[in-house]
Design a binder for this molecule. Structure first.
Ligand SMILES: [Zn+2]
Length: 134
């Protein structure tokens, strides 16, 4: 159900933005989809298609999914590193995908080996841009 609630808030935000900006015909909205988002992308896209029927303003809008790769920042040395490319087994990668908080158990900063880092990208869903005609 999380996917549906999220899809609805994306559509609502897009429609509200269009109203505030006096956009009469929405064309496209970029939806950033984090790599570590624990929701099903297929269901989310389906929910977007279904739910926008309830919002006339959103009917002309194409929702473009933009994948955002996961990235971390080391709290000890401020080094930024991507999840991609780090040494991990397939099981670990899958586990991190669903429980990003557990990444510390498997990963270390590639520069200083500290396990104290934070996730700075790749979590959550957000709208990056909205295009339309006035
Ligand atoms: Zn570090």
């Amino acid at each position: 159900m999380h996917e549906w609630a999220l899809a609805e808030s994306v559509i609502k935000s897009t429609v509200e933005y269009a109203g505030a900006e006096k956009i009469t015909k929405l064309k496209e909205a970029g939806v950033v989809f984090g790599e570590l988002q624990a929701i099903d992308k297929e269901i989310f896209v389906f929910a977007l298609e279904e739910l926008r029927r309830q919002f006339p303003a959103a009917l002309t809008c194409k929702f473009k999914i933009i994948k955002e790769p996961a990235a971390f920042r080391c709290k000890a040395c401020s080094h930024k590193f991507a999840l991609k490319g780090l040494k991990k087994t397939k099981d670990e990668a899958e586990f991190i995908h669903f429980v990003p908080e557990m990444a510390h158990t498997f990963l270390k900063c590639p520069k200083c080996k500290s396990p104290d880092f934070e996730l700075v990208a790749g979590r959550g869903v957000s709208i990056s841009y909205i295009k339309g005609a006035k």
